[in-house]
Design a protein around this ligand. Structure first.
Ligand code: PEP
Ligand code: MG
Length: 924
């Protein structure tokens, strides 16, 4: 039992009391359904949603925030659980909270002389671009509209506010398609010769609002609600309904956001950015979200409302320009931005409005950023001492590191494309990375074509939440309109996909399925390329190349910090010297899996391998093996040299032999054709012999058949050849003074006796080779653990094996009984989308089932051989969540594809940091 010091005991008692108290107050908080902004704080994201918690925190620290309140996520869940009915008394509480806003603003909701208008916005714990948007100017009707006009002395402004309200309410709450409203505006503009929305007169706007209401009547058979109380109730209902809407559900499924979080509703007094030249609205990040550069980054529109910036219908001004246009406000905004970043210790994404020279903050939240920016911001903030190095490591998603290593355009091919005049346009570099694919002009076609594995680029005039399903499948996104904070840019950055936004020279015609620029036309199905790092758009496919990690200085720094923190080793799976070189460049500390059969598939070797398999007697087989020996030896010399000083785990042949032969059904057709033609009796005889051999090797279930160690036992000559090649390679290098650490790994062992048979062959052979070579090299003999039985008898296996490497691909296949070749294409993805399984177990290690057997094998293996080396080399070795599991069970290393090594280094560090945090939490 752990010894408890009096101090520790006291701390525990205090912490217990504290927990009891906070549980009590948490329960009371959970019951409170409506929170005025000033009552909440930043820690309440769960209950108030991200937006609500941000507004609460800004109000609490005294920033200029229009007053308002938040209806909690718990109410949303209750509403959905009770078949879409409000909890009793909710609207009474809403009215009381509204009274508080009225008092603060000195206005009244629904008052014809001095009307209070509000905005209604959804706000879940995590920002969700697929969710319901905002309804602004709620509370307007024909009476309050006149009050607003008198109050502001600006009739046009009031008419415009009303037209916007009817449009937004009609689209978002009443679900009338947005284009129908746009068409009405366009038609009126056309009739009056107006170019911009701002050219429309007050009278035009009155007429437009009338037409909107007629449209709603036609489409929905209802009158537009005039009672502000009814408007508010309907809007709140629409927010709650949107939580279970298809778009939101799809988005949550893709981003693995639980469905039971619910959304909050924020109701807030309206302030107006469209009240003349001293008014504006904008969005800004405290640092550049694409590059991470420490400079205010964003844009604003003078005399406009928030949705004008986000929708990308008018091209906004860069934020720095506000210094000239509204200098006082700019300075205040800059100070607020700085203060918020220091307060939250993270890059902030801000929304603001300036109403007649007064700054109002409407939102602050942690800013979405590209992988490059995430790394730079984390490293810079640690250097600025705003956060610790540990925090910096936890700030970057391991998957983002993977994105940084994605291919870029080959400069030569890109240069050639430019010279050929294929550079079509430049837009905003909204989300970095290079993408080439077929141009498609609507999200449904993107899904249709993309589902067949074809790379597509989604091209739209601008995107909105209805496009998200197409954006998910596209390799990249191109829009003709919209700024760095437009929907396309924000969603693409969140998804880590390249995006060029606002390429204004391009005309996109979704109906005709084409884009045109300067007389050039690209139709659906033709290839285009976009460079989200530079904003360039090309009219053909461009070759891509891998990035150079050594030039990524901030990434190197971050990974260097990770290496100090992590306990797990990070090795790579590599079959060839070139893969090993890449793995080393990414700082892999060993090779955890070299699949030797891959060498057999090389073009010059396949005929020899086939001769070996088809040999009719032992002599013939041995001759083929003798031919393979020097080739394999050379392979191993290459890989061992590349990894000098580090361990290389070399697995002996694993797949069933028929994989090296032509396919049975194809051969059958060829034989039939030769028979019919009857012109080539010798060729026919040859093919028939091959067909007989392939037929003899056919198995109903080859994955469970003659493969792995079973093959080695039946064809020991192959083991002899491979072991000899490994040891001769190590001896050759030893003579050159190159230190090697080969480990011979036997696949698919289920019973210790299998391993014993092979060990009795390998050990004496190794001794013989070393005696012949007159040099001794250290090597290890071990096995893969990929059959469930091996986990259960791991202690017996460990008596023979000096190391285990968990083959989590086969282990998952065999524990679930899911074929790794067929399950994903047949039912597994459906299992995941229907939440029958939380994840695809071939991607994320199933900790409960597969993990339990791994834990058992670790325990038994260590019991029998305390210094046993334990690794994992299945696909899970590169998956962050699985890496955390491997850390917890105390493996020595994870091994993954070379490209995932940097990701794994960070994930391993995060696993260690999370463990440290949990320990500190326990000790508190
Ligand atoms: C495994 O089964 O996890 C493994 C690494 O081996 P392979 O994928 O080659 O079967
Ligand atoms: Mg395997």
């Amino acid at each position: 039992m752990a010894i408890r010091t009096p101090e520790k005991a006291r701390r525990r008692a205090v912490s217990r009391r504290r927990t009891a108290r906070s549980t009590r107050s948490a329960k009371a908080s959970a019951r409170k359904r409506i929170w005025l902004f000033e009552e909440g704080n930043a820690s309440m994201r769960e209950l108030l949603g991200g937006k609500g918690a941000g507004l609460a925190e800004m109000s609490r620290v005294g920033l200029p925030v229009p007053p308002g309140f938040t209806i909690t996520t718990a109410v949303c869940n209750e509403y959905n659980a009770k078949g879409r009915t409000f909890p009793p008394g909710l609207m009474d509480e809403v009215r009381r909270a509204l009274g508080s806003i009225e008092r603060k603003m000195g206005k009244r909701f629904g008052d014809a002389q001095n009307p209070l208008l509000v905005s209604v916005r959804s706000g879940a714990k995590f920002s969700m671009p697929g969710m319901m948007d905002t309804v602004l100017n709620l509370g307007l009707n024909e009476e309050t509209l006149r009050g607003l006009a008198a109050l502001t002395g600006n009739e046009r402004f009031a008419e415009d506010a009303y037209r916007r309200f009817v449009q937004m309410f009609g689209k978002i709450v009443l679900d009338v398609p947005g284009e129908k409203f746009e068409a009405i505006i366009e038609a009126r503009k056309h009739r009056g010769g107006a170019k911009l929305d701002t050219d429309l007169s007050a009278k035009d706007l009155t007429e437009i609002a009338k037409e909107f209401k007629a449209l709603i009547r036609r489409e929905k058979g209802v009158e537009f609600p005039t009672d502000p109380g009814v408007q508010l109730e309907m809007a709140i209902r629409a927010v709650f309904d949107s939580w279970m809407g298809k778009r939101a559900v799809d988005y949550r499924n893709f981003n693995k956001i639980p469905h039971d979080l619910g959304t909050a509703v924020n109701v807030q007094a309206m302030v107006f950015g469209n009240m003349g030249a001293e008014s504006a609205t904008g969005v800004a990040f405290t640092r550049n979200p694409a590059t991470g550069e420490k400079r205010l980054y964003g844009e604003y529109l003078p005399n406009a409302q928030g949705e004008d910036v986000v929708a990308g219908t008018r091209t906004p001004h860069p934020i720095a320009q506000m210094d000239r246009e509204l200098p006082g406000v700019y300075r205040q905004f800059r100070d607020v931005a700085k203060m918020l970043e220091r307060h939250y210790k993270d890059m902030q994404d801000l929304e603001f409005t300036v109403e007649r020279g007064k700054l109002w903050m409407l939102q602050t939240r942690s800013g979405k950023r590209t992988a490059q920016a995430a790394v730079k911001v984390a490293v810079d903030m640690a250097r600025e001492k705003l956060i610790s190095r540990d925090e910096a490591l936890l700030r970057v998603e391991p998957e983002q590191i993977y994105q940084l290593l994605l291919p870029r355009f080959d400069p030569e091919d890109k240069g050639a494309a430019e010279r050929e005049g294929k550079l079509l346009a430049r837009g905003l570099n909204a989300s970095p990375g290079a993408a080439t694919g077929m141009a498609v002009f609507d999200p449904d076609t993107a899904v249709e074509i993309g589902a067949n594995g074809q790379a597509v680029i989604l091209v739209r005039p601008e995107t909105n939440p209805d496009d998200v399903h197409g954006m998910l499948i596209a390799k990249g996104i191109l829009t003709a309109r919209g700024g760095a904070t437009s929907h396309a840019a924000v969603v693409a950055r969140g998804l880590g996909k390249p995006c060029v936004a606002g390429a204004e020279a391009i005309r996109v015609d979704p109906q005709a399925k084409l884009l045109s620029v300067d007389g050039q036309v690209i139709r659906q199905g033709e290839f285009i390329s976009i460079d989200g790092t530079t904003g360039e758009v090309f009219g053909r496919a461009i070759r891509t190349i891998d990035p150079d990690l050594t030039k990524e200085r901030d990434l190197q720094t971050l990974l260097g910090w990770a290496d100090h923190v992590r306990r797990l080793g990070v090795w790579a799976n590599a079959d060839y010297p070139r893969d090993a070189a890449r793995a080393r460049a990414f700082s892999a500390e060993g090779i955890g899996l070299c699949r030797t059969e891959h060498m057999f598939f090389e073009e010059d070797r396949l005929p020899i391998v086939r001769r070996m398999i088809l040999a009719e007697n032992e002599g013939e087989r041995q001759r083929a093996l003798d031919q393979l020996l020097p080739i394999q030896r050379q392979d191993f010399v290459g890989i061992l040299r590349e990894m000098a000083g580090l361990t290389v785990v070399i697995r002996l042949i694993d797949p069933p032999l028929h994989e090296f032969l032509p396919r049975y059904d194809e051969l059958l057709v060829e034989v039939a054709e030769l028979r019919v033609r009857g012109t080539d009796p010798r060729g026919l005889e040859e093919k028939e012999r091959l067909l007989r051999a392939v037929a003899a090797m056919r198995e109903q279930n080859p994955m469970l058949g003659l493969r792995g160690i079973r093959l080695g036992i039946l064809y020991p000559g192959i083991i002899d050849m491979q072991v000899r090649a490994i040891l001769e390679a190590a001896c050759t290098l030893a003579k050159e003074g190159v230190r090697t650490h080969p480990e011979i790994m036997i696949p698919l062992v289920g019973h210790p006796n299998e391993l014993r048979v092979v060990e009795q062959r390998v050990r004496p052979l190794a001794d013989r080779v070393m005696a012949e070579q007159r040099v001794r090299v250290a090597y290890k003999f071990g096995t893969m653990i990929e059959i469930p039985r091996a986990c259960v008898v791991a202690d017996e296996i460990a008596e023979l094996a000096e190391f285990f490497s968990f083959g989590s691909n086969d282990l998952t296949q065999l524990i679930f009984g899911f074929s790794r070749d067929d399950a994903e294409g047949k039912f597994l993805l459906r299992y995941v989308s229907d939440k029958i399984l939380p994840e695809n177990p071939f991607q994320v290690l199933d900790a409960k089932g597969v993990g339990a057997l791994i834990e058992m094998a670790v325990r038994l293996g260590r019991k029998a051989r305390p210094d046993i080396e334990l690794g994992i080399c299945g696909e899970h070795g590169g998956d962050p969540q699985s890496i955390e599991f491997c850390h917890k069970v105390g493996l020595t290393y994870v091994s993954c594809s070379p490209f995932r090594v940097p990701t794994a280094r960070l994930a391993a560090a995060q696993a260690a940091l999370k463990e440290k945090q949990a320990r500190a939490e326990r000790d508190r």
